[in-house]
Design a protein around this ligand. Structure first.
Ligand code: F6R
Length: 600
């Protein structure tokens, strides 16, 4: 979603800002802009579409050493140049970039902005006009900025330039992510560490309610009362080369191919010197103290949570509920006496999940976050974090984060089972090693999977994914993957549910993907496949070696029955990838979507 960058220092800022915005393209956006100072005033360049289009518009003829930039994912107002950021106050003095949503923008407009003529349809323009209005009443910029921050309700991360002062970028945040970056003779702001790795890997976290005066050789952080805050910096472990796609055509394909490596990282990170599974004892204590687990997540991470529930209940014997974050927050179910909340989030920034975290913290409940980004908001605000060790995931469609989430949840559940004295009669690390080999075999089979796409998905407008038990959950993920990048309408169903309504949609040649990796329900799902075939569906059966039958379209290598989602999903990831590719879609940046969903 929206991304912010800003730089103040000695070097020309244009390339730094544009490169930073390019690094954030993966988050999803529909317009972009930068505001840079020449020796007199702040010049704004904006464009709809890609950063490459913005680049063509930027006047490269002058040097500038202070500037802010923004990628916008439309919330208030259509994706047009006029709504792109930065926005300037009507007197031209203040220039702002803003992420988030100002909930009381209508009220601010009526109460404070009188007859100021607004040019855009954004809440952000109201923000900058409010600062300008307060400054015009005689307040200093810092005081006007603070007063505006206290007047607006909602989520925001902002960077502000004042034409009257070439030495400062004013910065603040509430709910929306923003980092400060430190360098020799320069400092930066960024929504995403990856965008500024080009100049620094040293960052400082910023907390809600804090205000920052960012100068080129000094960073002043103040709390909401105006008192100075001291905070140590940290060095990010992300290597800039991890954020490049190398020889792959798309990040998604690279990330699918990264999965065996990610599995190996996880196996290494979560075992001790003796080769036993290892999880921080404080996390295991949280789990042992809980009478029920509440897994909270969105999208693909929610689908990983459904698999995690199986592990927590079947291995550790702890009752578990899995909830979609955006529903939970407004329709909280009855909670048990000693709940433990487990947030699953690749980015660690999903606003829907964070809204739940804020609420449950008010109630005093413990929280654990399972994320790919250790310094993220959900990670910081939870009591504990488990890291996915998957490396940056850039493609909007999540692949390696999903398998990493399942693998980490399986380890957590196994350690909990062991500590709760429950006997699980297999060596998980050995089984995960087999999974790694199986995933590699499927990736090597990519040309065969591409043929499946030619046969089943070349012209269709819809597709169904059926399965039972764990295979049903994988079907939900397969359908999400396919629809988000190929735009084929795809739905996942429990095999047994089809005849209760959905089967009415089956027509001649409707593609139905049936997954059969679970012995207990193997015959049942095959029965469901026959039901749709009898009504004209073109069934693609994907089974596991040992449970396969003549005529199955694809057979995955055998792995432990509880770990099959880690392997079967790779077939669906590749199917989705090729389906999108064959339709000429932008695989890594599907329409309307954002990687990091930072608004509720
Ligand atoms: C789909 C996808 C999304 C995310 C969802 C939650 O491929 O990536 O469904 O899973 O937006 O994001 P995180 O995991 O960052 O909380």
């Amino acid at each position: 979603m929206c991304g912010i960058v800003g730089y103040i220092g000695n070097n020309d800022v244009k390339e730094i800002l544009l490169k930073g915005l390019e690094k954030m393209e993966y988050r999803g956006y529909d317009s972009a802009g930068i505001g840079i100072r020449d020796d007199k005033d702040v010049k704004v360049f904006k464009e709809k579409g890609r950063i490459a289009d913005l680049r063509k518009k930027v006047d490269m003829s002058f040097d500038s050493t202070i500037g802010i930039g923004h990628t916008r994912w439309a919330t208030h107002g259509v994706p047009e140049v006029v709504n792109a950021h930065p926005h300037q106050s009507s007197d031209g003095r203040f220039t702002i970039v803003h992420n988030g949503v100002i909930e009381n923008f209508e009220q601010i407009k009526n109460e404070y902005l009188g007859d100021i003529e607004l040019v855009s349809s954004t809440d952000s323009e109201i923000f900058v006009e409010l600062i300008s209005t307060f400054a015009n009443e005689g307040l200093t910029t810092e005081v006007a900025f603070n007063k505006a921050l206290k007047t607006v309700h909602g989520s925001f991360a902002v960077g502000l330039l004042d034409e009257a002062d070439a030495e400062i970028i004013y910065v603040a945040k509430n709910k929306s992510p923003l980092l400060l970056g430190k360098g020799e003779g320069f400092n930066v702001i960024t929504s995403d560490a990856m965008a500024m790795l080009q100049v620094t890997n040293e960052f400082i976290e910023l907390m809600d309610g804090e205000v920052v005066l960012l100068k080129k050789d000094n960073i002043v952080i103040k709390d909401s009362e105006g008192s100075p805050v001291e905070r140590d910096s940290f060095y990010t472990e992300i290597d800039e080369s991890d954020t490049e796609k190398g020889t792959y055509d798309h990040f998604m394909l690279k990330e699918i191919n990264d999965q065996p490596g990610t599995m190996r990282n996880i196996i290494q990170e979560y075992q001790d010197a003796e080769g036993s599974l290892k999880i921080d004892p404080a996390i295991i204590k949280q789990l042992k103290d809980a009478d029920r687990l509440y897994v909270i997540a969105a999208g693909t991470s929610y689908h990983a949570g459904l698999i995690g529930k199986e592990y927590f209940e079947k291995w550790a014997g702890v009752p578990t509920e899995v909830h979609v974050a955006s529903e939970f927050v407004y329709n909280t179910p009855m909670l048990s006496e000693h709940p433990l909340f487990i947030f699953i989030s690749q980015s660690g920034e999903t606003a829907d999940s964070r809204a739940v975290l804020v609420e449950i913290k008010k109630l005093g409940h413990p929280a654990l976050t399972v994320t790919n980004v250790p310094g993220s908001t959900l990670s910081r605000e939870s009591d504990q974090t488990l890291t996915l060790h998957a490396g940056p995931e850039i493609a909007v469609a999540s692949t390696k984060a999903y398998t990493a989430q399942i693998a980490v949840l399986s380890i957590l559940a196994q350690v909990a089972a062991r500590e709760l004295g429950r006997n699980t009669d297999f060596d998980l690390m050995q089984e995960l090693a087999k999974v790694t080999t199986a995933i590699t075999a499927i990736i090597d089979d990519a040309p065969k999977i591409e043929q499946i796409v030619d046969e089943y998905l070349s012209t269709t407008r819809n597709a169904f994914f059926i399965g039972r038990t764990m295979d049903y959950y994988v079907g939900l993920e397969g359908a999400l993957k396919l629809k988000e990048i190929s735009y084929i309408q795809a739905e996942g169903f429990a095999g047994g549910e089809l005849k209760h309504g959905t089967i009415a949609l089956i027509e001649e040649n409707t593609p139905v993907f049936a997954l059969a990796t679970q012995e207990k329900v193997n015959l049942n799902i095959r029965g469901n496949a026959q039901e749709v075939e009898a009504r004209g569906a073109k069934v693609c059966t994907i089974s596991m070696d040992g449970l396969d039958q003549d005529g199955d379209t694809y057979v995955i290598p055998p792995v432990h029955e509880m770990l099959t989602p880690l392997v079967s999903v790779v077939v669906y990831q590749l199917i989705s990838y090729y389906a999108a590719l064959h339709r000429g879609n932008d695989v890594d940046k599907p329409r309307n979507l954002a990687k990091s969903v930072t608004v509720e």
